[in-house]
Design a binder for this molecule. Structure first.
Ligand SMILES: [Zn+2]
Length: 120
């Protein structure tokens, strides 16, 4: 049920944006999700569909960008890809717990159509 509460928060932001920019329709919502985040993409898409039903976001495309997990080596300062089980710098062979990315979960982009304003 984790994904549902995430989507509830995302829809709070979407409805604020819809109101602020007077969107009549949301076409695209893009999320950025780190690969270490325990979020299941299928559940997220399912939650998106239920939340968007009968709203401006119904039928919108949900784009999910997966962010690779990386860490920065404390010795050589190289940023390298890591796995849960392997956080060793490929240069120096030392362990790094200095995680740079992989835990993000953010709303990147909302695209929509605005109401046409007719001043004539
Ligand atoms: Zn290193």
């Amino acid at each position: 049920m984790h994904e549902v509460s995430i989507m509830a928060e995302i829809f709070d932001i979407i409805s604020d944006t819809v109101e602020k920019h007077k969107l009549k329709k949301v076409n695209k919502v893009a999320l950025q999700i780190g690969e270490f985040t325990c979020v299941e993409e299928g559940s997220l898409r399912f939650a998106f569909e239920s939340f968007s039903k009968d709203t401006e976001s119904e039928g919108a495309e949900l784009v999910i960008h997966r962010v690779k997990a990386t860490a920065k080596c404390e010795r050589c300062e190289q940023i390298f890809k890591i796995a849960f089980t392997n956080k060793i710098c490929p240069n120096c062979g030392i362990f790094s717990n200095n995680i740079v990315s992989g835990y993000e979960l953010s709303l990147n982009e909302i695209e929509g159509d605005q109401y046409e304003t007719n001043f004539s």
